[in-house]
Design a protein around this ligand. Sequence first.
Ligand code: GAP
Length: 448
Amino acid sequence: MSDYLGQLDSAPEPDPTVFDKIVNLSKRRGIAFQSADIYGGFRSTYDYGPIGVLLLRNVKDAWWRSMVQMRHDVVGLDAAILSPPAVWEASGHLANFTDPLVDCTNCKSRHRLDKLDDPNVCPTCGAIGKFTEPRDFNLMFKTQAGPVAGAGADCFLRPETAQGMFINFINIVNSTRKKPPFGIAQVGKSFRNEITPGNFVFRTREFEQMEMEFFVPPAEADEWYRYWCETRFQWYLDHGMPRELIRLRPHDADELSHYSSGTSDVEFLFPWGWDELEGIANRGDYDLTQHQNHSGEKLEYYDQAANERYLPHVIEPAAGATRTAFAFLIAAYDEVEVKGETRTVLRLHHRIAPYKAAVLPLSKKPELTGPALELLAALQPHFMCDYDETQSIGKRYARQDEIGTPYCITFDFDSLEDRAVTIRERDSMAQERISIDGVVRYLQDRMA
Ligand code: GAP
Protein backbone atom coordinates (compact mmCIF):
# COMPACT_ATOMS: atom_id res chain seq x y z
CA MET A 1 0.00 0.00 0.00
CA SER A 2 1.44 3.38 -0.89
CA ASP A 3 2.39 5.58 2.06
CA TYR A 4 0.31 8.53 0.98
CA LEU A 5 -2.85 6.85 2.28
CA GLY A 6 -1.74 7.07 5.90
CA GLN A 7 -2.18 9.87 8.41
CA LEU A 8 -0.36 13.07 7.50
CA ASP A 9 1.91 14.71 10.05
CA SER A 10 -0.01 17.89 9.30
CA ALA A 11 -3.31 16.46 10.64
CA PRO A 12 -4.82 19.28 12.73
CA GLU A 13 -5.96 18.98 16.33
CA PRO A 14 -9.69 18.17 16.15
CA ASP A 15 -11.89 21.09 17.21
CA PRO A 16 -14.58 19.73 19.58
CA THR A 17 -16.66 22.94 19.31
CA VAL A 18 -17.47 22.18 15.66
CA PHE A 19 -19.74 19.33 16.77
CA ASP A 20 -22.25 21.61 18.53
CA LYS A 21 -22.04 24.16 15.75
CA ILE A 22 -23.00 21.53 13.16
CA VAL A 23 -25.85 20.20 15.31
CA ASN A 24 -27.20 23.76 15.75
CA LEU A 25 -26.80 24.59 12.07
CA SER A 26 -28.58 21.34 11.19
CA LYS A 27 -31.64 22.24 13.19
CA ARG A 28 -31.64 25.94 12.24
CA ARG A 29 -31.28 25.36 8.49
CA GLY A 30 -33.23 22.12 8.03
CA ILE A 31 -30.40 19.63 7.60
CA ALA A 32 -31.48 17.09 10.25
CA PHE A 33 -34.12 17.23 12.98
CA GLN A 34 -34.50 14.98 15.99
CA SER A 35 -37.17 12.50 14.91
CA ALA A 36 -40.62 12.81 16.58
CA ASP A 37 -39.47 16.16 17.97
CA ILE A 38 -42.98 17.31 18.94
CA TYR A 39 -43.38 14.16 21.06
CA GLY A 40 -40.18 14.81 22.97
CA GLY A 41 -37.93 13.16 20.36
CA PHE A 42 -37.17 9.53 19.57
CA ARG A 43 -33.62 8.94 20.75
CA SER A 44 -30.89 8.73 18.13
CA THR A 45 -33.19 8.83 15.11
CA TYR A 46 -33.17 11.78 12.75
CA ASP A 47 -35.35 13.19 9.99
CA TYR A 48 -33.46 14.83 7.14
CA GLY A 49 -34.97 18.24 6.33
CA PRO A 50 -35.12 20.16 3.03
CA ILE A 51 -31.36 20.85 2.97
CA GLY A 52 -30.30 17.53 4.54
CA VAL A 53 -32.26 15.44 2.07
CA LEU A 54 -30.43 17.15 -0.80
CA LEU A 55 -27.04 16.75 0.88
CA LEU A 56 -27.62 13.06 1.57
CA ARG A 57 -28.97 12.44 -1.92
CA ASN A 58 -25.90 14.14 -3.40
CA VAL A 59 -23.55 11.93 -1.35
CA LYS A 60 -25.39 8.82 -2.54
CA ASP A 61 -25.56 10.07 -6.13
CA ALA A 62 -21.83 10.90 -6.13
CA TRP A 63 -21.08 7.38 -4.88
CA TRP A 64 -23.42 5.79 -7.44
CA ARG A 65 -21.95 7.90 -10.22
CA SER A 66 -18.38 6.76 -9.45
CA MET A 67 -19.22 3.17 -8.54
CA VAL A 68 -21.87 2.31 -11.16
CA GLN A 69 -22.46 4.98 -13.81
CA MET A 70 -18.80 5.59 -14.67
CA ARG A 71 -17.87 1.88 -14.79
CA HIS A 72 -18.55 -1.02 -17.14
CA ASP A 73 -17.87 -3.66 -14.48
CA VAL A 74 -20.36 -2.77 -11.72
CA VAL A 75 -24.17 -3.15 -11.81
CA GLY A 76 -26.78 -1.96 -9.33
CA LEU A 77 -29.29 -3.68 -7.07
CA ASP A 78 -32.10 -2.64 -4.74
CA ALA A 79 -32.79 -5.65 -2.51
CA ALA A 80 -35.51 -6.07 0.11
CA ILE A 81 -35.04 -4.75 3.63
CA LEU A 82 -37.10 -7.54 5.23
CA SER A 83 -35.41 -10.92 5.05
CA PRO A 84 -35.94 -14.40 6.49
CA PRO A 85 -33.82 -15.88 9.31
CA ALA A 86 -32.15 -18.31 6.85
CA VAL A 87 -30.17 -15.43 5.29
CA TRP A 88 -28.81 -14.32 8.67
CA GLU A 89 -28.18 -17.85 9.82
CA ALA A 90 -25.96 -18.36 6.77
CA SER A 91 -24.23 -14.98 7.00
CA GLY A 92 -23.33 -15.60 10.64
CA HIS A 93 -25.27 -12.56 11.90
CA LEU A 94 -27.67 -14.60 14.05
CA ALA A 95 -24.78 -16.14 15.96
CA ASN A 96 -22.12 -13.46 15.83
CA PHE A 97 -23.56 -10.01 15.15
CA THR A 98 -23.39 -9.10 18.81
CA ASP A 99 -21.85 -6.48 21.06
CA PRO A 100 -20.79 -7.20 24.65
CA LEU A 101 -23.34 -5.48 26.90
CA VAL A 102 -22.85 -4.59 30.58
CA ASP A 103 -25.32 -3.00 33.02
CA CYS A 104 -24.26 -0.76 35.88
CA THR A 105 -25.97 -2.15 39.00
CA ASN A 106 -25.60 1.25 40.67
CA CYS A 107 -27.29 3.61 38.15
CA LYS A 108 -28.89 1.02 35.79
CA SER A 109 -27.21 2.53 32.71
CA ARG A 110 -26.20 0.19 29.89
CA HIS A 111 -22.88 0.20 28.03
CA ARG A 112 -20.86 -1.51 25.33
CA LEU A 113 -17.96 -3.08 27.18
CA ASP A 114 -15.56 -2.72 24.23
CA LYS A 115 -16.20 1.05 24.04
CA LEU A 116 -15.56 1.86 27.71
CA ASP A 117 -12.42 3.86 28.55
CA ASP A 118 -12.05 1.79 31.72
CA PRO A 119 -13.94 -1.54 31.81
CA ASN A 120 -14.42 -1.20 35.59
CA VAL A 121 -15.72 2.37 35.78
CA CYS A 122 -19.27 3.39 34.85
CA PRO A 123 -19.05 6.54 32.66
CA THR A 124 -22.55 7.60 33.76
CA CYS A 125 -22.24 7.53 37.59
CA GLY A 126 -18.53 6.83 38.15
CA ALA A 127 -19.22 3.65 40.20
CA ILE A 128 -16.26 1.26 40.24
CA GLY A 129 -16.66 -2.51 39.81
CA LYS A 130 -20.48 -2.34 39.62
CA PHE A 131 -20.92 -3.85 36.15
CA THR A 132 -22.80 -7.10 35.53
CA GLU A 133 -21.02 -9.92 33.66
CA PRO A 134 -20.94 -9.03 29.94
CA ARG A 135 -23.57 -10.71 27.78
CA ASP A 136 -23.80 -10.87 24.01
CA PHE A 137 -26.50 -8.59 22.66
CA ASN A 138 -27.63 -9.26 19.07
CA LEU A 139 -27.92 -6.03 17.10
CA MET A 140 -30.54 -7.16 14.60
CA PHE A 141 -34.12 -5.88 14.73
CA LYS A 142 -36.50 -8.81 14.68
CA THR A 143 -40.10 -8.48 13.52
CA GLN A 144 -42.91 -10.60 12.13
CA ALA A 145 -44.31 -10.85 8.62
CA GLY A 146 -48.05 -11.45 8.29
CA PRO A 147 -50.84 -11.60 10.88
CA VAL A 148 -49.97 -14.95 12.46
CA ALA A 149 -47.24 -14.95 15.10
CA GLY A 150 -44.83 -17.86 15.37
CA ALA A 151 -41.43 -19.03 14.29
CA GLY A 152 -42.42 -19.18 10.58
CA ALA A 153 -43.35 -15.51 10.61
CA ASP A 154 -40.08 -14.24 12.07
CA CYS A 155 -38.02 -11.97 9.89
CA PHE A 156 -35.34 -9.31 10.31
CA LEU A 157 -34.67 -5.78 9.16
CA ARG A 158 -31.33 -6.08 7.36
CA PRO A 159 -28.35 -4.88 9.42
CA GLU A 160 -26.31 -4.37 6.22
CA THR A 161 -27.13 -4.17 2.52
CA ALA A 162 -24.33 -6.62 1.62
CA GLN A 163 -26.25 -9.90 1.96
CA GLY A 164 -28.69 -8.78 -0.76
CA MET A 165 -25.76 -8.84 -3.20
CA PHE A 166 -24.55 -12.30 -2.15
CA ILE A 167 -27.95 -13.98 -2.33
CA ASN A 168 -28.55 -12.44 -5.79
CA PHE A 169 -25.13 -13.31 -7.18
CA ILE A 170 -26.39 -16.09 -9.47
CA ASN A 171 -29.51 -14.11 -10.50
CA ILE A 172 -27.26 -11.27 -11.61
CA VAL A 173 -24.71 -13.47 -13.40
CA ASN A 174 -27.55 -15.17 -15.30
CA SER A 175 -29.43 -11.98 -16.14
CA THR A 176 -26.48 -9.78 -17.13
CA ARG A 177 -23.85 -12.26 -18.42
CA LYS A 178 -21.30 -10.41 -16.25
CA LYS A 179 -18.20 -12.39 -15.43
CA PRO A 180 -15.68 -11.90 -12.62
CA PRO A 181 -14.13 -9.46 -12.02
CA PHE A 182 -17.41 -7.54 -11.65
CA GLY A 183 -19.32 -5.88 -8.85
CA ILE A 184 -22.86 -5.41 -7.51
CA ALA A 185 -23.58 -2.09 -5.81
CA GLN A 186 -26.40 -1.05 -3.55
CA VAL A 187 -27.43 2.03 -1.58
CA GLY A 188 -30.09 1.77 1.09
CA LYS A 189 -31.26 1.69 4.66
CA SER A 190 -29.87 -0.68 7.25
CA PHE A 191 -30.93 -1.15 10.85
CA ARG A 192 -28.95 -2.02 13.96
CA ASN A 193 -30.16 -2.01 17.52
CA GLU A 194 -27.02 -0.19 18.66
CA ILE A 195 -26.41 -0.27 22.43
CA THR A 196 -24.75 3.12 22.42
CA PRO A 197 -25.95 5.19 19.47
CA GLY A 198 -24.78 8.78 19.53
CA ASN A 199 -22.63 11.61 18.25
CA PHE A 200 -25.56 12.98 16.26
CA VAL A 201 -25.94 10.98 12.99
CA PHE A 202 -22.58 9.20 13.40
CA ARG A 203 -24.08 6.09 15.00
CA THR A 204 -27.84 5.63 14.71
CA ARG A 205 -30.17 2.64 14.73
CA GLU A 206 -31.51 3.43 11.27
CA PHE A 207 -28.93 4.60 8.73
CA GLU A 208 -27.98 4.37 5.08
CA GLN A 209 -25.14 2.37 3.59
CA MET A 210 -23.40 2.42 0.20
CA GLU A 211 -21.89 -1.02 -0.36
CA MET A 212 -20.38 -2.85 -3.29
CA GLU A 213 -19.41 -6.52 -3.53
CA PHE A 214 -16.72 -7.05 -6.16
CA PHE A 215 -16.49 -10.71 -7.25
CA VAL A 216 -13.06 -11.74 -8.54
CA PRO A 217 -11.13 -14.87 -9.56
CA PRO A 218 -9.38 -16.01 -6.34
CA ALA A 219 -5.88 -15.38 -7.72
CA GLU A 220 -6.73 -11.70 -8.35
CA ALA A 221 -8.13 -10.93 -4.89
CA ASP A 222 -5.07 -9.21 -3.37
CA GLU A 223 -4.56 -7.00 -6.38
CA TRP A 224 -8.23 -5.92 -6.41
CA TYR A 225 -8.15 -5.31 -2.66
CA ARG A 226 -5.32 -2.80 -3.12
CA TYR A 227 -7.11 -1.28 -6.11
CA TRP A 228 -10.34 -0.68 -4.12
CA CYS A 229 -8.48 0.73 -1.10
CA GLU A 230 -6.85 3.34 -3.30
CA THR A 231 -9.93 4.01 -5.45
CA ARG A 232 -12.23 4.51 -2.50
CA PHE A 233 -9.73 6.75 -0.71
CA GLN A 234 -9.40 8.89 -3.82
CA TRP A 235 -13.21 9.24 -4.02
CA TYR A 236 -13.23 11.27 -0.79
CA LEU A 237 -10.41 13.52 -2.04
CA ASP A 238 -12.20 14.00 -5.37
CA HIS A 239 -15.25 15.24 -3.51
CA GLY A 240 -13.44 17.90 -1.54
CA MET A 241 -12.33 16.03 1.58
CA PRO A 242 -9.10 17.71 2.76
CA ARG A 243 -6.23 15.20 2.66
CA GLU A 244 -5.17 15.93 6.25
CA LEU A 245 -8.62 14.94 7.57
CA ILE A 246 -8.68 11.38 6.22
CA ARG A 247 -6.42 8.37 6.45
CA LEU A 248 -6.49 4.70 5.45
CA ARG A 249 -5.84 2.43 8.42
CA PRO A 250 -5.10 -1.26 7.77
CA HIS A 251 -6.57 -3.48 10.51
CA ASP A 252 -4.19 -5.23 12.87
CA ALA A 253 -4.26 -9.03 12.68
CA ASP A 254 -6.32 -9.28 15.90
CA GLU A 255 -9.01 -6.96 14.49
CA LEU A 256 -9.62 -9.02 11.34
CA SER A 257 -12.70 -11.24 10.97
CA HIS A 258 -11.68 -14.91 10.75
CA TYR A 259 -12.54 -15.01 7.02
CA SER A 260 -10.84 -11.72 6.06
CA SER A 261 -7.27 -11.68 4.78
CA GLY A 262 -7.18 -7.88 4.82
CA THR A 263 -9.37 -4.97 5.88
CA SER A 264 -8.62 -1.26 5.84
CA ASP A 265 -10.79 1.54 7.16
CA VAL A 266 -11.06 4.98 5.64
CA GLU A 267 -11.08 7.13 8.75
CA PHE A 268 -12.05 10.77 9.20
CA LEU A 269 -10.83 13.14 11.88
CA PHE A 270 -14.15 13.74 13.69
CA PRO A 271 -14.33 16.34 16.50
CA TRP A 272 -13.73 13.46 18.98
CA GLY A 273 -10.81 11.94 17.01
CA TRP A 274 -10.23 9.47 14.17
CA ASP A 275 -13.22 7.24 13.42
CA GLU A 276 -14.48 5.01 10.62
CA LEU A 277 -16.24 6.18 7.46
CA GLU A 278 -15.82 3.06 5.36
CA GLY A 279 -14.30 -0.41 5.55
CA ILE A 280 -12.69 -2.14 2.56
CA ALA A 281 -12.43 -5.89 3.17
CA ASN A 282 -10.97 -8.85 1.35
CA ARG A 283 -13.65 -11.38 2.35
CA GLY A 284 -12.37 -14.42 0.43
CA ASP A 285 -15.15 -16.85 -0.58
CA TYR A 286 -16.70 -16.85 2.90
CA ASP A 287 -20.09 -15.37 1.99
CA LEU A 288 -20.76 -17.36 -1.17
CA THR A 289 -19.61 -20.56 0.57
CA GLN A 290 -21.96 -19.93 3.49
CA HIS A 291 -24.97 -19.24 1.25
CA GLN A 292 -24.14 -22.18 -1.00
CA ASN A 293 -23.97 -24.54 1.98
CA HIS A 294 -27.09 -23.22 3.69
CA SER A 295 -29.31 -22.84 0.62
CA GLY A 296 -28.16 -25.99 -1.19
CA GLU A 297 -27.93 -23.90 -4.42
CA LYS A 298 -24.72 -23.94 -6.43
CA LEU A 299 -23.25 -20.46 -6.42
CA GLU A 300 -20.09 -21.24 -8.40
CA TYR A 301 -19.19 -19.29 -11.48
CA TYR A 302 -18.56 -21.38 -14.59
CA ASP A 303 -15.67 -19.95 -16.60
CA GLN A 304 -16.38 -21.29 -20.09
CA ALA A 305 -13.04 -20.28 -21.61
CA ALA A 306 -11.03 -22.14 -18.95
CA ASN A 307 -13.73 -24.80 -18.49
CA GLU A 308 -13.58 -24.49 -14.72
CA ARG A 309 -15.97 -23.72 -11.88
CA TYR A 310 -14.99 -21.65 -8.89
CA LEU A 311 -16.44 -19.60 -6.06
CA PRO A 312 -15.30 -16.02 -6.63
CA HIS A 313 -13.58 -14.13 -3.84
CA VAL A 314 -15.11 -10.85 -2.77
CA ILE A 315 -13.68 -7.39 -2.15
CA GLU A 316 -16.16 -5.23 -0.28
CA PRO A 317 -15.98 -1.43 0.02
CA ALA A 318 -18.72 -0.68 2.61
CA ALA A 319 -19.43 2.98 3.40
CA GLY A 320 -22.06 4.77 5.48
CA ALA A 321 -24.02 7.41 3.52
CA THR A 322 -25.38 9.25 6.55
CA ARG A 323 -22.01 9.14 8.32
CA THR A 324 -20.20 10.36 5.19
CA ALA A 325 -22.66 13.25 4.74
CA PHE A 326 -21.92 14.23 8.36
CA ALA A 327 -18.16 14.08 7.72
CA PHE A 328 -18.50 16.27 4.61
CA LEU A 329 -20.42 18.83 6.72
CA ILE A 330 -17.71 18.89 9.39
CA ALA A 331 -14.90 19.16 6.83
CA ALA A 332 -16.70 21.98 4.98
CA TYR A 333 -17.55 24.02 8.09
CA ASP A 334 -15.82 27.40 8.17
CA GLU A 335 -16.36 30.78 9.77
CA VAL A 336 -15.52 34.23 8.40
CA GLU A 337 -15.60 37.66 10.02
CA VAL A 338 -17.71 40.18 8.09
CA LYS A 339 -18.04 43.67 9.60
CA GLY A 340 -17.42 42.34 13.10
CA GLU A 341 -19.95 39.52 12.68
CA THR A 342 -19.06 35.82 12.55
CA ARG A 343 -20.64 34.09 9.58
CA THR A 344 -20.76 30.42 8.68
CA VAL A 345 -19.67 29.17 5.28
CA LEU A 346 -19.99 25.53 4.20
CA ARG A 347 -17.19 25.03 1.68
CA LEU A 348 -18.80 21.93 0.15
CA HIS A 349 -17.70 20.46 -3.16
CA HIS A 350 -20.25 21.43 -5.84
CA ARG A 351 -21.34 17.81 -6.30
CA ILE A 352 -22.15 17.52 -2.58
CA ALA A 353 -23.63 21.03 -2.08
CA PRO A 354 -27.44 20.87 -1.57
CA TYR A 355 -28.18 23.70 -4.01
CA LYS A 356 -25.86 24.47 -6.91
CA ALA A 357 -27.13 28.02 -7.39
CA ALA A 358 -29.56 30.53 -5.91
CA VAL A 359 -31.46 33.13 -7.92
CA LEU A 360 -31.86 36.39 -6.01
CA PRO A 361 -33.87 39.32 -7.45
CA LEU A 362 -32.47 42.55 -5.99
CA SER A 363 -35.96 43.75 -5.05
CA LYS A 364 -39.35 42.16 -4.51
CA LYS A 365 -40.86 44.34 -7.24
CA PRO A 366 -42.69 42.24 -9.87
CA GLU A 367 -40.65 43.83 -12.66
CA LEU A 368 -37.62 41.98 -11.18
CA THR A 369 -39.23 38.88 -9.64
CA GLY A 370 -40.99 37.98 -12.92
CA PRO A 371 -37.81 37.70 -15.04
CA ALA A 372 -35.85 36.27 -12.07
CA LEU A 373 -38.38 33.42 -11.85
CA GLU A 374 -38.01 32.92 -15.61
CA LEU A 375 -34.25 32.58 -15.13
CA LEU A 376 -34.87 30.11 -12.29
CA ALA A 377 -37.12 28.04 -14.58
CA ALA A 378 -34.36 27.99 -17.22
CA LEU A 379 -31.82 26.70 -14.67
CA GLN A 380 -34.01 24.10 -12.92
CA PRO A 381 -33.79 21.38 -15.62
CA HIS A 382 -29.99 21.46 -15.16
CA PHE A 383 -29.34 22.19 -11.48
CA MET A 384 -31.02 22.06 -8.08
CA CYS A 385 -31.60 25.78 -7.40
CA ASP A 386 -32.92 27.90 -4.57
CA TYR A 387 -34.84 31.17 -4.96
CA ASP A 388 -34.90 33.91 -2.32
CA GLU A 389 -36.39 37.39 -2.50
CA THR A 390 -36.47 38.26 1.22
CA GLN A 391 -34.14 40.61 3.16
CA SER A 392 -31.06 42.50 1.95
CA ILE A 393 -28.80 40.98 -0.71
CA GLY A 394 -25.94 40.71 1.83
CA LYS A 395 -28.12 38.68 4.22
CA ARG A 396 -29.24 36.46 1.36
CA TYR A 397 -25.63 35.78 0.31
CA ALA A 398 -24.88 34.87 3.92
CA ARG A 399 -27.85 32.49 4.08
CA GLN A 400 -26.66 30.72 0.92
CA ASP A 401 -23.05 30.54 2.20
CA GLU A 402 -24.36 28.89 5.34
CA ILE A 403 -25.86 25.99 3.35
CA GLY A 404 -22.93 25.79 0.93
CA THR A 405 -24.53 27.10 -2.31
CA PRO A 406 -21.56 27.59 -4.69
CA TYR A 407 -23.15 30.33 -6.87
CA CYS A 408 -25.57 33.21 -6.20
CA ILE A 409 -27.13 34.92 -9.21
CA THR A 410 -28.46 38.43 -8.67
CA PHE A 411 -31.03 39.86 -11.01
CA ASP A 412 -30.99 43.66 -10.66
CA PHE A 413 -32.55 46.68 -12.39
CA ASP A 414 -29.70 46.83 -14.92
CA SER A 415 -30.51 43.25 -15.89
CA LEU A 416 -33.70 44.56 -17.51
CA GLU A 417 -31.55 46.69 -19.83
CA ASP A 418 -28.36 44.69 -20.44
CA ARG A 419 -29.88 41.15 -20.16
CA ALA A 420 -27.04 40.20 -17.81
CA VAL A 421 -26.84 39.10 -14.16
CA THR A 422 -24.17 39.16 -11.44
CA ILE A 423 -22.82 35.76 -10.41
CA ARG A 424 -21.04 35.53 -7.04
CA GLU A 425 -18.83 32.57 -6.21
CA ARG A 426 -19.08 31.35 -2.60
CA ASP A 427 -15.43 30.79 -1.63
CA SER A 428 -13.69 33.68 -3.42
CA MET A 429 -16.76 35.95 -3.15
CA ALA A 430 -15.69 37.16 -6.64
CA GLN A 431 -18.48 38.61 -8.76
CA GLU A 432 -18.85 38.48 -12.54
CA ARG A 433 -21.38 39.98 -14.91
CA ILE A 434 -22.70 37.28 -17.27
CA SER A 435 -25.25 37.39 -20.09
CA ILE A 436 -28.50 35.70 -19.02
CA ASP A 437 -28.34 33.42 -22.07
CA GLY A 438 -24.90 32.22 -20.95
CA VAL A 439 -25.71 31.37 -17.30
CA VAL A 440 -26.46 27.65 -17.83
CA ARG A 441 -23.21 27.22 -19.76
CA TYR A 442 -21.24 29.24 -17.18
CA LEU A 443 -22.43 26.99 -14.35
CA GLN A 444 -22.02 23.78 -16.36
CA ASP A 445 -18.40 24.67 -17.16
CA ARG A 446 -17.63 25.18 -13.47
CA MET A 447 -19.51 22.15 -12.14
CA ALA A 448 -18.64 19.44 -14.66
N1 GAP B 1 -21.11 -5.21 5.04
C1 GAP B 1 -20.09 -4.73 5.91
C2 GAP B 1 -20.56 -3.73 6.85
O1 GAP B 1 -21.76 -3.48 7.01
P1 GAP B 1 -19.74 -2.10 8.70
O2 GAP B 1 -18.35 -1.60 8.99
O3 GAP B 1 -20.49 -2.71 9.83
O4 GAP B 1 -19.56 -3.10 7.49
C3 GAP B 1 -20.14 -0.20 6.97
O5 GAP B 1 -20.59 -0.93 8.09
C4 GAP B 1 -20.32 1.29 7.20
O6 GAP B 1 -21.68 1.56 7.54
C5 GAP B 1 -19.50 1.83 8.36
O7 GAP B 1 -18.18 2.14 7.96
C6 GAP B 1 -20.28 3.10 8.72
O8 GAP B 1 -19.93 4.17 7.86
C7 GAP B 1 -21.73 2.68 8.43
N2 GAP B 1 -22.40 2.32 9.68
C8 GAP B 1 -22.34 1.15 10.34
N3 GAP B 1 -23.10 1.19 11.46
C9 GAP B 1 -23.65 2.43 11.50
C10 GAP B 1 -24.55 3.08 12.40
N4 GAP B 1 -25.05 2.46 13.46
N5 GAP B 1 -24.91 4.37 12.14
C11 GAP B 1 -24.43 5.00 11.03
N6 GAP B 1 -23.60 4.43 10.15
C12 GAP B 1 -23.21 3.16 10.37
